[in-house]
Structures are given as structure tokens and as C-alpha cells.
Design a protein around this ligand. Structure first.
Ligand SMILES: *[C@@H]1O[C@H](CO)[C@@H](O)[C@H](O)[C@H]1NC(C)=O
Ligand SMILES: *[C@@H]1O[C@H](CO)[C@@H](O)[C@H](O)[C@H]1NC(C)=O
Ligand SMILES: *[C@@H]1O[C@H](CO)[C@@H](O)[C@H](O)[C@H]1NC(C)=O
Ligand SMILES: *[C@@H]1O[C@H](CO)[C@@H](O)[C@H](O)[C@H]1NC(C)=O
Length: 393
């Protein structure tokens, strides 16, 4: 598939504090769900990854970002724009902040199936467990109520995890970190008293691409995969070319120039220009509540430019993965389906990524955009996921 499509992977965006005062937002709250027994972990991992090396000058200001957005959007970007100068193997130690929860109320041993959730660009682990209106929007709370255990973490460069330069933080190092954590979860290192019998990766957007790439590289590590906010549009689908415009639709700006909250991030981190850019790319009128989107904006996190650019350049074909795979997005996902997912799923191109999957199901959630967990009827979406898990694990 073309690099165009891959690039589309995008996920969330950063946001900033242009927020009005409506919901009471506790920026620091990574509150545990009320129906779980939860433990926080700080995980140190030394990993080696084959990283892309940034080949251009760093952005000095938003004029440079505007030039980048132009470079990235033009029709011949794949031949005219080479942001990386090559690759090299890098060994480094990283620190990741994570939470593991097991249900307070067990449901017939299902707690031994551990979901490992990786969020997308623009958010941190609170995408899965918002403290705002959790009954309606927390996937973690929903999964626990249905008996599953769940491990969720802040990807590098977000939340309470380690920050590194936005010119080096990318897919490769995050894939290696995820695979290492999964192997340690299997050994029981971050699952409190639970011994995992099955592990299922759950991703959103960039987190889905990372999860997919992990099983492409290491097909034997997990039993199943749930990918949300993802489309895998085929070559004849206009979603591919339109994805080049996504960073422009974010109105991407250097994060530290948008909010003082991001002053510790270097110029390789970009954020949404404003809440309306976030809405255009993540939500679909009338399928969202303004207070919830304001919360999403308030907790949003900048993304690394190397994360975005590395995505179109990694292998997503999980040729040897045999477990069940669920591929889903909102019906009106602009980022991965060019604004309309039913035709993207009707074409069946998802199968090219998982040719040996024992089960492969796709689902477009009615009315939703890319940020499904913060859209209307998020619990209807969680219900579809749990239905898939109950049937296959
Ligand atoms: C834009 O692309 C040109 C090459 O076409 C390159 O020389 C320039 O440095 C790029 N600028 C940015 C900010 O990406
Ligand atoms: C990087 O590591 C891979 C395997 O992990 C190896 O095949 C490759 O030769 C290494 N590249 C360099 C430049 O050392
Ligand atoms: C997939 O797209 C191709 C090219 O547009 C089209 O010919 C084909 O009928 C589509 N297949 C399905 C199942 O929609
Ligand atoms: C919510 O989503 C579920 C799953 O698709 C669906 O069955 C239900 O009708 C939806 N509810 C509303 C109010 O749209």
C-alpha cells in the first residue's frame, strides 16, 4: 500500500488551553476507575530500535511549521520531501507511566484476559479512562465491568511518561517498548496478583498502528488485536491521498507556542491550533457534547513530528499473525477513512494487513468521528468491542 495511506494514521492532536471554563478539569488527575483494583507502575525499559534520523533543520518558529505543512501536503510529497536522512540502531533506556486494573467483581476468570491499551496521537492514557463522566466515556471502567483486566499507559512524550525530542520520538522505539512490556506482562511483572492467560492489544489511531506493527514484527506475543480509529484504505480509496492534509487540518503549531503547559517540549512537538481544528478532525456534528470535547481538548497532548512521519514508513502487514482481529472506526472518521468509513470497510482491504487472522471483523460506529471514545454513544462502541472479546477469547 502506498505511503500515503499509511501516513494517515494519525490520531489525535494536541490541544491546548484555549478552553473555556465549562467542565471542571483536573489536569493532574489520572484517577482510577471506581470499579477496579488498580496499581500504577513506572516502567524502565532498555530497548534497541532502528530509528529514522531527522534530516532537516529543527523548526525555529511557526513559519517553518507552515513550510512543513506545505511540503507534507503537496501531491508529489513522497518524491519531493525527504524529512529523514537515513536510519540507525539506537539503544536507550525509557521510562513509561502505566496503570493496571483488575475488576473488583470477577466474572468467571475473564480477568485473566489482559487488555493492553495504547492511545493515539494527541492524548495520553486518559483517552481510555477519563475522569470526566466516566460512566459514559471510560473504556477502562466498561471493560472492568465486563470482567476484563486492563493495562494502559502513557506513550513516550505524553502524560507522566518520559519526554524525548520530538525529532527522535517515533514509531520504532514505541513498538519495541510495547513488545517488551507485553513480554513482562506475560511474566506477571505489572499485573499485580493476576497471571495473564491471554493478552489482547487494544489501540486507538497511532496506538493501533503501533499495535499492528508490533504483531507484524512479533506475531507470537499476543492472542488478539482490537484496533480502533483505523481504516486501512485501499489504493483506489480517496482516503489515502486526503490523509496528507491531516496535519494541516489540525492547524498544527509548535506546542510550546500554543500553551505554556508545553514549554518543556522542544519544537518537534506540535499541537492543534485550536479546539475547532480538534473537532473538525475528531468529531462529527451532532454526535458530540461540547463539554466533553472541551475536556478532551484540556487533556490533549502534543504529538512528535517524527511520530507522525515515521508512521507512513513502517510495516503494517502482519503476515504471520493468526489471532482474532477487530478493526473499527467511527462512520465519519476523517483521518483514516477520508470522512466516510463504510466504503473503506466494504472493500475488504483490511484483510491484506492480516492475511492469516483466524477471525477478522470490521465495524464502523454510526455517527462517530475519529475520537470515538469521546463521541456520543461511546458505550455503544465499547459494547461492540466487548462483544468481540467475549466471542473470541
Ligand atoms: C520543505 O521541503 C524542501 C524540499 O522540497 C526542504 O528544502 C525544506 O527544508 C523543507 N522545509 C520544511 C520546513 O520541511
Ligand atoms: C540494526 O539492527 C538490525 C537487527 O536488529 C540489523 O539487521 C542491522 O544490521 C542493524 N543496522 C546497523 C546499521 O547496525
Ligand atoms: C474495491 O475497490 C475497487 C476499485 O475501486 C472496486 O473495483 C471494487 O469493486 C471494490 N470492492 C469492494 C468489495 O467494494
Ligand atoms: C449505540 O451504538 C450501538 C452499537 O452500534 C447501537 O446498537 C445503538 O443503537 C446506539 N445507540 C444510539 C442511541 O445511537
Amino acid at each position: 500500500m502506498s505511503a500515503l495511506q499509511l501516513i494517515s494514521l494519525f490520531t489525535a492532536l494536541p490541544l491546548l488551553n484555549l478552553i473555556s471554563a465549562s467542565p471542571t478539569i483536573h489536569h493532574d488527575e489520572y484517577r482510577h476507575p471506581s470499579n477496579g483494583i488498580c496499581t500504577d507502575y513506572t516502567i524502565k525499559s532498555e530497548v534497541t530500535s532502528n530509528d529514522f534520523v531527522w534530516g532537516l533543520d529543527h523548526f525555529n518558529d511557526n513559519y517553518d511549521v507552515a513550510a512543513f505543512l506545505f511540503n507534507n501536503s503537496r501531491k508529489d510529497t513522497f518524491t519531493t520531501f525527504q524529512p529523514f536522512s537515513g536510519t540507525k540502531n539506537v539503544t536507550k533506556q525509557f521510562e513509561v507511566a502505566a496503570t493496571f486494573c483488575t475488576p473488583e467483581e470477577m466474572k468467571g476468570g475473564k480477568e485473566k484476559t489482559v487488555l493492553v491499551a495504547t492511545h493515539g496521537l494527541g492524548y495520553d492514557r486518559r483517552y481510555w479512562a477519563p475522569s470526566y463522566k466516566p460512566d459514559e466515556y471510560s473504556f477502562v471502567q466498561y471493560a472492568l465491568a465486563n470482567g476484563y483486566s486492563i493495562f494502559y499507559y502513557d506513550r513516550l512524550g505524553t502524560g507522566k511518561s518520559q519526554i524525548l525530542s520530538g525529532y527522535t520520538n517515533q514509531a520504532s522505539n514505541q513498538i519495541e517498548i510495547l513488545s517488551k512490556m507485553v513480554q513482562e506482562i506475560r511474566k506477571g511483572m505489572y499485573t499485580s496478583t493476576v497471571k495473564a492467560s491471554k493478552i489482547v492489544l487494544v489501540g486507538h489511531s497511532f496506538g493501533s498502528f503501533i499495535s499492528d506493527a508490533m504483531v507484524a514484527q512479533y506475531p507470537g506475543l499476543v492472542e488478539g488485536v482490537v484496533l480502533t480509529g483505523i481504516g486501512f484504505a485501499g489504493l483506489t480509496d480517496d482516503a489515502g491521498p486526503s490523509s496528507r492534509w491531516i496535519p494541516s487540518a489540525f492547524a498544527s503549531r509548535i506546542a510550546s507556542t500554543v500553551s505554556s503547559a508545553y514549554r518543556s517540549l522542544d519544537s518537534g512537538y506540535l499541537s492543534f491550533g485550536d479546539v475547532y481544528a480538534h473537532i473538525e478532525t475528531f468529531f462529527h456534528q451532532p454526535n458530540y457534547a461540547v463539554d466533553v470535547v472541551e475536556y478532551a481538548q484540556a487533556i490533549s497532548q502534543p504529538f512528535a513530528i517524527a511520530e507522525y512521519l515515521s508512521l507512513g514508513r513502517i510495516s503494517l502487514v502482519a503476515a504471520e499473525f493468526k489471532g482474532p482481529v477487530f478493526i473499527t472506526s467511527g462512520q465519519f472518521d476523517l483521518i483514516v477513512c477520508g470522512g466516510e468509513c463504510k466504503s473503506t470497510f466494504a472493500n475488504g482491504t483490511q484483510k491484506e494487513k492480516f492475511p492469516k487472522a483466524r477471525v477478522l471483523e470490521t465495524y464502523a460506529h454510526p455517527g462517530a468521528g475519529h475520537g470515538v471514545n469521546f463521541g456520543a454513544n461511546a458505550t455503544g462502541f465499547f459494547g461492540k468491542t466487548v462483544e468481540f472479546l467475549d466471542k473470541n477469547f
